[in-house]
Design a binder for this molecule. Structure first.
Ligand SMILES: Nc1ncnc2c1ncn2[C@@H]1O[C@H](COP(=O)(O)OP(=O)(O)OP(=O)(O)O)[C@@H](O)[C@H]1O
Ligand SMILES: [Mg+2]
Length: 496
């Protein structure tokens, strides 16, 4: 058994087909030979019976008075003997006392006592093969192989004569030999055909299994995109369908893991970007305090600013850095009306140092108490990013920040006269990690090309609108619109 399981499936299948067919053929052949052999003897015996009957009919003599049996006419017997010996049939006739009355060509069968007993009962005796005595002229050998029947004849219920009649078995044997030969040829041919058919049949099965195995290897290597072409509704077809289901579900869970990972990465990058702003501000003030460059009367305000930023950081950590929100890609938003002018004044102060370092002048024009309907922290984030960009990309210039109330909301404009952007650059600035000038990698301010992508997403979350116009060397103008609460609830209404 273990040896068998080591054998390739294909050869095992072939072997079983082959064995079954060959056994079947052998059984069929054997029974065919038996039946044919039997019927050949039956035919011969029937012929011999007829010969014996007509022989007796031709030559029997009856008493003219009482019509009882009176013997045989020898000339008639001789004539029949001649005729029959042409057909290789020989006979002998015995009287009721076992005495031989006539023998053609010296044909002398052996009639045993048991046979006589049967004959006396009126039964015909059939002998498949015997070697009787026969004259040399008609027997090919000393021991002629013959088949014979011995038949009793009765008259008035009494046994009067017995005819033994026989013919050679060689024609039967020749026929049987030819039949056997034909059968062997047929068997060989059938065996060959079985081998051929079973080869293709087994191959059709193993080829499908092999294909499945190849695809399984691909899946093992991490390629979940493979699908099996299903052929047939058999067990292998079912296996193929299950395989396809498996790869499909592997694919989808793989995709899910991938997109989760992507989302997590984005979120972490966004969070880091967001945390940089307050940390930079706090760090700036701490440095100012350390080197005692902040005038005494401003210290209180600076500390408040620091506190503000610290609170913003805490809110950020509490609200957003939780796993569930990252997983489901949520951003917590709490919109309310608040004083945007105050925020812009704070931002101007926070970014003042950076602007001075670039030789830029910050000009803020905003009506006192200008209200905006937005999430406070997100609004700070949006405006901080836009103004910071304007400073970053402007040297020794002027940055004008303004805010205005509009019919459906509040609009802010940040205008600089810095390096500006080409139309091609303008097309791409909202994309994550896009930087017009790749060589600019200001690690101090952590420029990563993320700022505008985040701003864009946040403005959309507010149902707002952000547009930009720019010309290289002339400067850029960013316009941001926040809808008021009514419009924000019905975002399809056109913004100002
Ligand atoms: N005011 C501007 N003037 C000229 N170019 C600008 C201006 N604002 C943005 N850009 C261009 O758009 C790009 C994308 O800006 P974004 O704020 O997304 O990234 P960043 O400022 O380079 O890095 P990060 O903001 O992530 O620190 C910038 O690299 C710059 O090339
Ligand atoms: Mg930026």
């Amino acid at each position: 058994m273990t040896k068998l399981t080591k054998m390739k499936l294909m050869y095992r299948l072939m072997l079983s087909f082959f064995t079954i067919i060959v056994i079947l053929m052998v059984i069929l052949s054997i029974s065919f030979i038996k039946v044919t052999n039997q019927s050949m003897y039956q035919d011969t015996w029937r012929q011999l019976r007829q010969d014996a009957d007509s022989l007796v009919e031709d030559s029997i003599r009856y008493d003219p008075v009482d019509h009882s049996f009176a013997g045989f006419m020898t000339p008639a017997l001789k004539a029949d003997a001649r005729l029959l010996s042409h057909q290789d049939v020989h006979f002998a006739i015995y009287g009721k006392n076992q005495e031989q009355l006539f023998a053609s060509n010296g044909f002398t069968p052996t009639i045993t006592a048991a046979k006589w007993a049967k004959l006396e009962k009126g039964e015909t005796v059939y002998v498949k093969m015997t070697t009787p005595r026969l004259s040399k002229q008609v027997a090919a050998t000393n021991m002629p192989r013959m088949t014979e029947i011995i038949r009793p004849y009765r008259n008035k219920n009494k046994l009067v004569a017995v005819v033994a009649i026989a013919t050679f078995v060689s024609p039967i044997e020749r026929n049987m030999h030819q039949i056997k030969l034909n059968l062997v040829v047929a068997l060989l041919f059938a065996g060959l055909m079985t081998l051929l058919v079973s080869y293709f049949f087994s191959r059709s099965i193993t080829v499908r299994i092999k294909r499945l195995r190849e695809l399984t290897h691909q899946v093992a290597r991490g390629n979940y995109d493979v699908r099996l072409r299903i052929l047939g509704n058999d067990e292998i077809g079912d296996l193929g369908r299950s395989f396809n289901q498996m790869t499909a579900s592997l694919q989808s869970s793989h995709d899910e893991i991938h997109s989760q990972e992507e989302r997590r990465r984005q979120f972490m990058a966004n969070a880091a970007h967001e945390m940089r702003t307050p940390l930079t501000t706090i760090n700036g003030i701490l440095e100012g305090l350390q080197y005692d460059v902040i005038p005494e009367e401003d210290k209180q305000h600076s500390i408040e600013l620091m506190q503000n930023e610290t609170k913003r950081l805490i809110r950020l950590v509490n609200d957003n850095l939780n796993y569930e929100k990252i997983r489901t890609n949520q951003i917590s938003m709490e919109r309310k009306l608040f004083d945007a002018a105050a925020v812009l004044h704070n931002l101007k102060e926070q970014l003042g140092k950076k602007a001075r370092a670039q030789g830029d002048q910050l000009e803020l024009t905003v009506p006192d108490g200008l209200l905006v309907y937005a999430d406070y922290d997100r609004f700070v984030q949006i405006m901080f990013n836009i103004i910071q960009n304007a400073i970053q990309f402007t040297e020794n210039g002027v940055i004008k920040i303004s805010g205005q109330q509009r019919s459906h909301g509040t609009q802010f404009v940040v205008q600089d006269n810095g390096i500006g952007m080409t139309p091609e650059q303008l097309d791409n600035i909202w994309e994550r990690y896009y930087k017009a000038d790749k060589s600019r990698m200001n690690t101090k301010y952590g420029e990563s090309g993320l700022g505008l992508a985040i701003v864009h997403q946040l403005v959309q979350l507010h149902s707002g609108k952000i547009t930009v116009t720019s010309a290289p060397g002339k400067g850029s103008t960013f316009t941001i619109f926040f809808p008021n609460s009514q419009t924000a609830l019905h975002p399809h209404q056109s913004a100002d």
